[in-house]
Design a protein around this ligand. Structure first.
Ligand code: CU
Length: 152
């Protein structure tokens, strides 16, 4: 019976350093993201977004964008593979639209109509089946104009 307590202590002596190593590793991972953010000067997840598998990329219409020209669709440019979707969500009390102004040959114009924050019109999804560059605007706020790139 004398052997049991020392064994427990030895076990804890092994586990605690492992937990410390994991914690330090996690902290370094977060620090790494922070450094990246400093070197780019942009929030890491706000600059651009992409996928390669035909899934959905999200674009936010942030609160205040209707009255603040420093705000915009976020992120500015999204890239999706052909067949992918982009979903816009209005988080602003003011109505906005997602209205295509240019699109590749063979593609169709898209226009959300009014998107209101607090009803089912607050999201709008487009499935992109033609590769190329699409420009879009909000019909009400001329500073709100952004890009979707669809890769072949
Ligand atoms: Cu708008």
């Amino acid at each position: 019976m004398q052997g049991t307590p020392p064994q427990k202590i030895k076990y804890a002596d092994l586990i605690v350093p492992i937990l410390i190593v994991l914690a330090v590793g996690a902290a370094c991972g977060l620090a790494g993201l922070g450094v990246y953010q400093l070197t780019t000067g942009s929030p890491i997840f706000a600059f651009s977004s992409s996928n390669t598998g035909g899934s959905t990329v999200s674009v936010s219409i942030p609160k205040g964008v209707g009255s603040t020209q420093g705000l915009n669709f976020d992120p500015a440019s999204v890239t999706v593979a052909k067949g992918g979707k982009v979903t816009w969500t209005n988080r602003d009390p003011v109505p906005h639209t997602v209205t295509a102004t240019s699109w590749p040959s063979g593609a169709s114009r898209f226009d959300s109509g009014n998107m209101n924050e607090n009803d089912t019109s607050n999201t709008f999804t487009v499935t992109f089946t033609v590769a190329g560059t699409y420009q879009y605007v909000c019909s009400y706020h001329p500073w709100m104009h952004r890009t979707v790139v669809v890769t072949g």
